[in-house]
Design a protein around this ligand. Structure first.
Ligand SMILES: Nc1ncnc2c1ncn2[C@@H]1O[C@H](COP(=O)(O)OP(=O)(O)OP(=O)(O)O)[C@@H](O)[C@H]1O
Length: 229
């Protein structure tokens, strides 16, 4: 689903964000991505979602070589990726329904399809009764779940989350991770970038660790193996 081959990224100012990163996330796999602040986690997610381009190396998403796609194909590849952010980027003056329906409106779905899919997505995250509310009237955990409903409403095969539990207490964080597990069990591939080592330790998932732009470990949280460069 995601394959990195010898990927390096140096920003325009000369800042080396990633160095010779290799990994393969299989279809249907769920993994954590961790590392200290500035280690390169956000850069890695931006390369997957084609918000940045690698300086060197190859990236494959769902079988597509990102080095060979045209500008026009970027939107097509992005359709396969549901993105979830720490501050969820919700439109605060629009209802929960409007926020979640946005990707479908952009794709030109019919009103009937939109109503059906948004209702199903909100049901999955436990917010069916909040459809007509403004996000401002919801708790932080609920707002995050609206962001998740929006990310999954067009049923992408891959979910990417950047610090999705950053502002939440441990109980709410666990609920959010449980939601990701539900999607994963339904066949969706999931990659979650987080600083929250406590959260990772409580789960037994593959954990990719970055340090100063290098992938230093790759394995289960409690017995991860060092990556030999
Ligand atoms: N647009 C940019 N231009 C120049 N340098 C950048 C840019 N974005 C990130 N960097 C640098 O690249 C390195 C990796 O940053 P990145 O944001 O990927 O780290 P991170 O692990 O996500 O950090 P955090 O956990 O604090 O969000 C840092 O040294 C950062 O300063």
């Amino acid at each position: 689903m995601i394959k990195f081959e010898q990927v390096s990224k140096t920003y325009a100012g000369g800042q080396r964000a990633l160095q010779q990163v290799n990994f393969h996330l299989q279809p249907g796999e769920m993994a954590f991505l961790t590392g200290h602040s500035g280690a390169g986690k956000s850069t890695l997610l931006k390369l997957i979602s084609i918000m940045e381009r690698p300086t060197v190396g190859k990236i494959f998403i769902n079988g597509h070589d990102l080095g060979k796609i045209s500008r026009k194909q970027i939107a097509y590849i992005r359709r396969d990726i549901g993105m979830i952010f720490q501050n969820h980027h919700l439109l605060m003056d629009r209802t929960v329904f409007d926020n979640v329906s946005l990707p479908l409106v952009i794709e030109g779905y019919s009103h009937k399809q939109i109503r059906k899919r948004v209702a199903a997505a909100l049901e999955m995250v436990g917010l069916a009764d909040k459809m007509r509310q403004l996000p401002i009237a919801l708790s932080g955990g609920e707002q995050q779940r609206v962001g998740i409903a929006r990310a999954i409403v067009n049923k992408p095969p891959l979910l990417l989350a950047d610090e999705p539990t950053g502002n939440l207490d441990p109980k709410l964080s666990m609920e959010i991770i449980k939601l990701f597990e539900d999607f994963n069990q339904a066949g969706v591939s999931v990659l979650i970038a987080t600083h929250d080592l406590g959260l990772i330790a409580r789960m037994r998932y593959r954990t990719l660790t970055l340090k100063s732009g290098q992938m230093i470990t790759d394995g289960l949280s409690d017995d991860s193996v060092e990556v030999v460069q």
